[in-house]
Design a binder for this molecule. Structure first.
Ligand code: ATP
Ligand code: MG
Length: 414
């Protein structure tokens, strides 16, 4: 019965997996807050146009990967495939362009119709950081430093390499684009169909192609370097100097591109070899023209997104949840007592498990199974004497404790 299977490319995050995801998100949020970033949440779906134009009609996302549908009111809707366009839409909808620069953090699910494999899903999750309204190289440096810091705190920085490139300014990009059109036209017989289409609309994107034939042609494509204007060169140098100052190592990768006109200057990715083909854990760059493309005032921006599933595969086991204390009532008076005691102990900050039924043996077995640290046994006899039996489940030691002093005696098992 296919109805009992999750949809292909989606997965349940059972408690152990979800704890890993939470560890990634909590660490990222904590560090982002230290840099002055505030959390934002935008809707999981938007009007399709919010994504279609900004992400671009030649991109894989828009041509093949978007979950788009008409809703019951006839609106064209898309489940978000990435954060930036929705966040910029939110900035414009809420008039936040009055309070720039904005430093925003977000984390949540994304949807792309891709071929599922290790580290690649149709519903996946991203951490996202955006710095909107800052056009100086210092903003690019901060963004990359923040990414490195989060990866470091997650214990995965040492397993990644930072790749860096520049897409220059508008003038540089136009000159480079011409050079690429010339080159690819001369090699067009070897290009994939997708790339032939890109050649007309967006040749820069060919550099990013995953097609093997395209890759061979890309290997000899002209580099960006010689087409950079002095201003663009200077901007890139400042970013590199900042990274050097912070001791953040990187490798220049002239093939690292984002294909759209509003992307400019810095592009970067943190890549690992530990995840097979899905090596990019974090990617981002500068998008100064995006706000304008979306109908807002020209406003610079820089940001990145990281895949939580991929990071969750790389981190160490996060700390386990606190071990509970099991309350084991025997008899009616014990049940009543346990109910009240569970309430007061939980209010006092203890993690309490209260079984619902069963004899003492069953209940102690359950206490064992949930790895309870101790059991408090509440028998009718004991209760008449206002005491309970406290059993240390690690040592097996058992002692009688007056109910009035129970909280103090439990403190070491917290
Ligand atoms: P890729 O080259 O792996 O397809 P991308 O360029 O499409 O990545 P971005 O759009 O830059 O990726 O998204 C940022 C990050 O989100 C990626 O570096 C990756 O960690 C993660 N990511 C992207 N697509 C998926 C997916 N389908 N499943 C899981 N994680 C993903
Ligand atoms: Mg992709």
């Amino acid at each position: 019965m296919s109805g009992l299977q999750p949809v292909r490319g989606t997965q349940d995050l059972l408690p152990d997996a979800q704890r890993r995801h939470r560890a990634v998100i909590d660490t990222a949020r904590r560090i982002a807050e230290r840099y002055g970033y505030q959390e934002i949440a935008t809707p999981i779906f938007e009007f399709t146009e919010v994504f279609a134009r900004p992400i671009g009609e030649t991109s894989d996302i828009v041509t093949k990967e978007m979950y788009s549908f008409k809703d019951r009111g006839g609106e064209e809707i898309t489940l978000r495939p990435e954060y930036t366009a929705g966040i910029v839409r939110a900035v414009l909808s809420n008039g936040l362009t009055q309070s720039l620069p904005l430093k925003l953090f977000a984390a949540g699910p994304m949807f792309r119709y891709e071929r599922p494999q290790k580290g690649r899903f149709r519903q996946f999750h991203q951490i996202d950081l955006e710095l909107i309204g800052a056009g100086a190289p210092a903003a690019d440096i901060e963004m990359i430093a923040l990414g490195a810091e989060i990866l470091e705190a997650l214990g995965v920085l040492a397993r990644t390499e930072l790749e860096l490139n520049t897409l220059g300014d508008t003038a540089s990009r136009h000159a480079y684009r011409e050079a690429l059109i010339g080159y690819y036209t001369s090699r067009s017989s070897g290009l994939s169909e997708d790339s032939l289409r890109r050649l007309e609309k967006n040749p820069l994107r060919i550099l990013d192609s995953k097609d093997e034939g395209d890759k061979r042609i890309n290997a000899e494509a002209p580099g960006f370097e010689q087409y950079l204007t002095p201003e663009a060169r200077d901007f890139f140098q400042k970013v590199r100097d900042g990274l050097d100052t912070l001791g953040i190592a990187y490798r220049l990768n002239p093939r690292l591109v984002r294909g759209l006109d509003y992307y400019c200057h810095t592009a970067f990715e943190f890549v690992t070899t530990d995840l097979g083909a899905q090596g990019t854990v974090l990617g981002g760059g500068r998008y100064d023209g995006l706000m304008g493309v979306m109908g807002g005032p020209e406003t610079p921006g820089v940001g990145w997104a990281a895949g939580i599933e991929r990071l969750a595969l790389l981190i160490d086991e996060p700390p386990s949840p606190p071990r509970p204390i099991a309350l084991v009532p025997l008899g009616e008076a014990g049940e009543r007592m346990a109910l009240k005691l569970a309430q007061s102990l939980r209010r006092a900050g203890f993690t309490i498990d209260l079984g619902y039924s069963g004899n003492i043996k069953r209940r102690l077995q359950r206490a064992d199974k949930i790895k309870a640290r101790a059991a408090v046994i509440l028998g009718d006899n004991e209760l008449q004497r206002e005491v309970a039996a406290l059993r240390d489940l690690d040592t097996g030691e058992q002692s009688e404790v007056p109910l009035s002093g129970l909280e103090d005696r439990l403190a070491p098992f917290r």
